[in-house]
Design a protein around this ligand. Sequence first.
Ligand code: AMP
Length: 396
Amino acid sequence: MIANSLETNAKVFEPGATIGILGSGQLGRMMAIAAKQMGYRVHIFSPTHDSPAGQVADLEIQASFDNLAVVERFAQRVDVITLETENIPMETVLVASQSAPVYPGLKALEFCQNRRKEKMFLADYGIPTCQFEIVRSLVELKSVCRYMMPAIVKTTTGGYDGKGQFLIQTPDQIEEAWHTLNANELIVEEFVEFDYEFSVIGARSSAGVFAAYPSIRNEHRDHILNLSFSPSGLSDQLNQRATEIVYEIMNEMDAVGVMAVEFFYRDGEILVNEMAPRPHNSGHLTIEAHVTSQFEQHIRAVCGLMLGITRQTIPAASANILGLEWNQSKSPTWQLGLSMPCVKLHLYGKESPEEKRKMGHMTALAQSAEKAKQYVVAARRLLNIPAMSLNANGTS
Ligand code: AMP
């Protein structure tokens, strides 16, 4: 843990204070659960009613993020505010910050809301990232693709989980990419032939104290995180280098809370893909496998408390449960999925299981990350075996 420019006068919000969360999905829900456990009151600002986070909070205010009068009233009734997603309109954040401190902070949000600014930030600080160009017309896109092919083209704002992205592999796809993404500005990235992806989650408190979790290895399916596991197998040296990068990014952005930095590992080098200034899907396994979960850590950081120990106590792997698990069996067979004692289930309280919607996740704990991975994949597979096809021994 590194103490950096410790501000002894940073405001501390003790348990009993009220935390406001802008956004109401699963990240808000798990933040709220951690905060409630520590004795905080939690108010959720949610565009929808009975949201995943609203279900576990003291209060859910339902309004659109651009209803600034409601945002103002919400902010006046809480002590400190945080965000569960970086994609909250800046105007909303500015209005809220007139009444209470808002974390991760304006600078971090500004960079993380826009892929152009995010990549420029990395380039300015000499942090390794992939080759990229910004284009604002089809002509510019065609000219960049002459020397960058294959390329991943992304909208600079609003994309997540692979939305707002297009992989261009041949020149005849350029026009299709431009029209499909339909934006004024795109970022064109070289397609990185990485060996694997990993993330490092850092935490920085409002008092400037920094801590980081050991790296977590990530595997995606259709651009959506599928599996995460830790220990990641990354060398100590690269783990250290990645942690230094996270420290530098959080410090320079003056980010408060937790931040996940996603990396590509390619042939002995590491490249930053992107940053998320909030708890991250890859960090869900910290709930069971680390002394302090990323959610508790986030609450500690935004409340100005001392950060918790980030040490991992047991190898772990987590797997997302998407809506598609509901397709084969009408309702997943939870009883079977939970038949392995080393597997934990988290469901987010979402009603409609759309195919790519993150409905929950499972985490397995084992003697190695490889074993944990096998267990969690097996447990998820069991969700799709209809209970009635089992014999008396519980096997199919
Ligand atoms: P992103 O939303 O940028 O995190 O992209 C989602 C996923 O798409 C990443 O985790 C990678 O698996 C893949 N991806 C994104 N950018 C690139 C790239 N430049 N090269 C190769 N794969 C990428």
